[in-house]
Design a protein around this ligand. Structure first.
Ligand SMILES: Nc1ncnc2c1ncn2[C@@H]1O[C@H](COP(=O)(O)OP(=O)(O)O)[C@@H](O)[C@H]1O
Ligand SMILES: [Mg+2]
Length: 372
């Protein structure tokens, strides 16, 4: 168990059960335990919970936006909270950023209790979306200088710091233009600059690239990677599997307030992703034996085979290259010659789809626990 293997969590059971095994049991809260598990963790969440009530006087329906979330982020690493819209990502990071008070649970930032002492941790964190878009008529440079002054730097110190940030995030050419003329990607970079201007220990980025074009996204990714080279710890949320794959050391997949899986991108792909086996057979075999090919692939694979065109067939598989060998062998036994066979790597996309399949929609979802 632990950070280097992916754990699927039984969605029918309370999320707590599976999570407990990797963390300090709920309710201990003793300083001794905390010290042991947080020495190298920039961020620890334990049992973090937030419920919203709708309607007048809070008498309406309640909705648990974050449900007993446990998380540890080692110093200097990037942790991605991956989930679709409404999963509870913003609610989670808002609590970490001390903008929202949890109903229950613990938040430790560099070992400091953020719920008990929010002002003590504010100097340790920076969050995107909070500062940079202060005034569209001010230039990028002026915006950043103002943010730095808000952090208590003198005007001269703030100017120096703002200029450093401008250069670091490749905004030098646009530094003196009014911010309202910036492209989406430039605004996000300015926003990132605002989040790190006080040199925080923990940077919180809530969907830093949502809505950006691929080029803008790449630029932000580059900037985020450079931040971790400098030893900064990053907690980011994303809806993009590609982003988690590209940036994160560890990923927590959340859906409807609960954790569905966690692990490195690699372990998640290995444990829950589906590789696809594609075989191409000879024309004569395809003409004579197509149904038999489908049956054989159904035996080898983990899903329903499909015929891609006259000669090619595809099926989802678990076994990687081993499945190529068994496919060729089994097809040979029924007199089908394989011209080409290959396995494509699983993507985080397939992991995500597996893990966020709607629950309780009938027989399709049964057996989720057997994925591995
Ligand atoms: N202030 C609020 N009042 C009521 N419900 C809220 C509030 N903020 C968020 N929610 C609800 O909590 C759930 C999680 O929202 P959010 O954390 O914004 O998700 P995400 O950022 O993953 O899209 C959603 O169902 C959302 O409607
Ligand atoms: Mg959000």
């Amino acid at each position: 168990m632990g950070r280097h293997s992916a754990d699927i969590l039984d969605r029918d059971a309370p999320p707590q059960h599976a999570v407990e095994a990797t963390t300090v049991p709920a309710g201990t809260g003793a300083a001794g335990d905390a010290a042991i598990s947080t020495v190298t963790d920039a961020l620890v969440l334990r049992g973090l919970t937030k419920t919203f009530r709708s309607g007048p006087f809070g008498r309406g329906r309640t909705h648990t936006a974050v449900d007993r979330l446990d998380l540890s982020v080692p110093t200097g690493s990037i942790h991605a909270i991956l989930g679709p819209n409404g999963a509870g990502k913003t609610t989670t990071v808002s609590m970490v950023a001390t903008l929202l008070r949890p109903d229950a649970g613990e938040i430790l930032i560099d070992g400091v209790d953020a719920v008990a002492d929010p002002s003590a941790v504010r100097g340790l964190i920076g969050m995107s979306g909070q500062y940079a878009a202060v005034d569209g008529n001010l230039s990028g440079f002026e915006n950043l200088r103002m943010v730095a002054q808000l952090y208590g730097l003198s005007r001269r110190e703030a100017s120096t710091r703002a200029q450093e940030m401008i250069d670091e995030l490749s905004l030098t050419a646009a530094a003196d233009r009014p911010m309202r003329t910036y492209s989406g990607g430039m605004r996000r970079r300015l926003d990132l600059a605002g989040a790190i201007i006080n040199r925080p220990r923990l940077v919180i980025l809530d969907e830093p690239t949502t809505g950006l074009d691929p080029r803008g996204r790449r630029q932000i990714w580059q900037a985020i990677k450079e931040l971790t080279l400098a030893g900064t710890t990053i907690l980011l949320t994303t809806q993009y599997l590609e982003e988690a794959d590209e940036l994160a050391d560890d990923v927590t997949v959340v859906y409807d307030g609960a954790v569905h899986a966690r692990g490195t991108p690699e372990s998640l792909k290995r444990d829950f992703g589906d590789a696809a086996l594609t075989v191409e057979v000879t024309r004569s075999a395809a003409v004579r034996h197509a149904p038999d090919v489908m049956t054989t692939l159904a035996d080898i694979g983990t899903g329903h085979p499909e015929q891609l065109d006259d000669l090619r067939f595809r099926v989802r598989v678990g076994g990687g290259t081993r499945s190529v060998v068994s496919a060729v062998r089994s097809l040979r036994e029924i007199d089908v010659d394989v011209v080409d066979a290959s396995v494509t790597e699983p993507t985080l996309e397939s992991v995500f789809l597996t893990l966020t399949e709607p629950v309780a929609t009938g027989p399709d979802t049964e057996g989720t626990d057997d994925v591995r």
